[in-house]
Design a protein around this ligand. Structure first.
Ligand SMILES: [Zn+2]
Length: 250
């Protein structure tokens, strides 16, 4: 009898300690604890939407080495959008200094020209998003706390990666597909930089992998080289990728 009482007392104390731990830590328990999700009641498998925020990094914003015009102006919108999703994944361009795509490693080649890489055509870019530099960091206005996971890409010197799903050889996976499918995600919403490159390739792969795919108008902007924007939007139409304001879909 005495033992049982002791055991119950111990259980009670343990429960109280756990409760106070959870209530004290609730702000930080999940990246999205201030969203509609209640962390005490898992909605695993029921919420089938995910947001993918592509490359909102300093080098792709004004002042960066590969700046998208007005790239920073979409960040406040992205921050608002993030609050509506329980599953938020970031991609982060993350290159070594000797990366195949850099103009500094292709002497005589102009920026935005192309070379023939073993995996196909590769655009030459100014050096950007070199890992452990300021340029590779997320923009300071981006509320990174909402990210459930960050997928880094382009970290092998011999191959570039535009898409958040596959490197540019189109076969080497980043792991994002597995992450989304494990979570039973059916629809992906994509925003970020840049519409005509990394957002575009991420959307094409998402659609090919069987996800209903929406690119969020007003939360993405292009690099805009030649016909890249026109080609991107035509591609969306042809492939059945939606492009529109978030309010049209949720
Ligand atoms: Zn890059």
């Amino acid at each position: 009898m005495k033992n049982i009482t002791k055991r119950n007392l111990f259980k009670g104390l343990a429960f109280m300690a756990l409760s106070s731990f959870l209530s004290g830590k609730s702000d930080n328990l999940l990246a999205h604890s201030d969203k509609k999700d209640d962390y005490k009641k898992s909605n695993f498998g029921q919420d089938t939407d995910a947001l993918i925020v592509v490359d909102v990094q300093n080098d792709f914003c004004p002042g960066g080495s590969l700046a998208v015009k007005d790239g920073n102006t979409i960040i406040s919108e992205i921050n608002e959008i993030q609050k509506k999703f329980n599953y938020v994944f970031y991609t982060q361009d993350w290159h070594p200094i000797d990366h195949i795509s850099f103009s500094t490693n292709n002497i005589g080649k102009k920026v935005f020209s192309t070379i023939e890489a073993p995996y196909g055509e590769q655009v030459i870019w100014p050096p950007h998003c070199i890992f452990n530099t300021k340029g590779a960091e997320f923009h300071e206005e981006l509320e990174v706390k909402y990210a459930n996971a960050i997928i880094r890409k382009g970290f092998r010197k011999e191959i570039d990666s535009y898409s958040g799903f596959f490197e540019n050889d189109k076969v080497t996976p980043t792991g994002l597909e597995g992450l989304l499918k494990t979570l039973k995600i059916k629809r992906v919403f994509i925003c970020g930089l840049a519409l005509d490159f990394c957002v575009n390739y991420t959307a094409l792969d998402a659609k090919n992998l069987g996800f209903e795919t929406i690119v969020i108008e007003g939360a993405t902007l292009p690099v805009d080289i030649g016909d890249s924007v026109k080609n991107t939007l035509n591609g969306f139409k042809n492939k059945g990728i939606h492009y529109g304001k978030l309010t049209q879909f949720i």
